[in-house]
Design a protein around this ligand. Sequence first.
Ligand code: AQP
Length: 342
Amino acid sequence: MQDTPQTQFTTRVFSGVQPSGGLTLGNYLGAIRRFVDMQDDGNETLYCMVDQHAITVWQDPATLRRNTRQLAAGYLAAGLDPTRSILFNQSQVAAHAQLAWVFNCVARMGWMQRMTQWKDKAGKNQQNASLGLLAYPSLMAADILIYHATHVPVGEDQKQHIELTRDIAIKFNNDFGVDFFPATEPVIEGPATRVMSLRDGTKKMSKSDPSDMSRINLTDDADTIAQKIRKARTDPEALPSEAKGLEGRAEARNLVNIFGALNEQSVDQVLADFGGRQFSEFKPALADLAVAKLAPISSEMGRLMEQPEEIDAILAQGAEKARAIANPILKRAYEIVGFVGA
Ligand code: AQP
């Protein structure tokens, strides 16, 4: 394999989602729907279930297996096509973890300790957090760079990790005097790069939030979606007619953003229709829209979950294709580092 000047890396898209719970509307709007767009735009795309990231916090093995298959079902139901995208689970391509070890030795402790996700997830009890949770961004850099991926569609919360991926690539290139890894770009676009909790407009919607009422799951049925939206926290004011009027109204902004993202409308277009109306009118409209958009995905996920062998076969084929790209890049990285026999 030749080392490639930065200008000559061809566009390759990589991203992943943790099977650390059921998929949320945040994962769908912030990530998976955009994975599909990038596939449909004709890019070379690889999408992963990052099961090794999931175990940085405790996962019950049976639940992890079910969540991994359910995530794969979510990818397929949302429109990812295994003949056009490489779909696989991270643990089945050993090169991710092998390159991550090299990156553990390139990256600095201070870089990891500055990460917001580490601080949020480890909380006050950092001494008791897993070593994997601290090293999470190094494995994420390996996930991306083992494919020389140039573009990574993610939600806003992952921006800092992609910047760290660039820092690791640059330091590796500088340390070894090569131009081997690309400076990857995050792709953070669209009206829903940060979907917030339905219970607290300052917290992002998350699959591991203890309150199920804080999120919409892709597997929720119509009644549950309607109930969660009805109970979503809001303020007593009517909706404004312009986006400026949402300032200081985090919960109202979140629901308007979700409506716009689901209906492929700008915030201004949503407010042109709903400005001056109360939440008692807006919430049922949002619930109907969410059900209409999510029900087909949810029912297809249900159908696929009844055929786990089909899912496993798709993931096995994807892993084989992923290994064919990753292994030569790992081999060259090992040679650069000075490992004999690579
Ligand atoms: N609320 C969100 N709004 C927009 N995008 C989001 N993403 C997650 N939550 C939102 C994006 O989904 C992709 C996959 O995320 P992940 O599973 O790797 O981890 P996460 O960001 O930590 O997501 P969760 O749901 O909060 O998982 P847990 O609770 O396990 O930590 C990423 O691109 C992310 O930006």
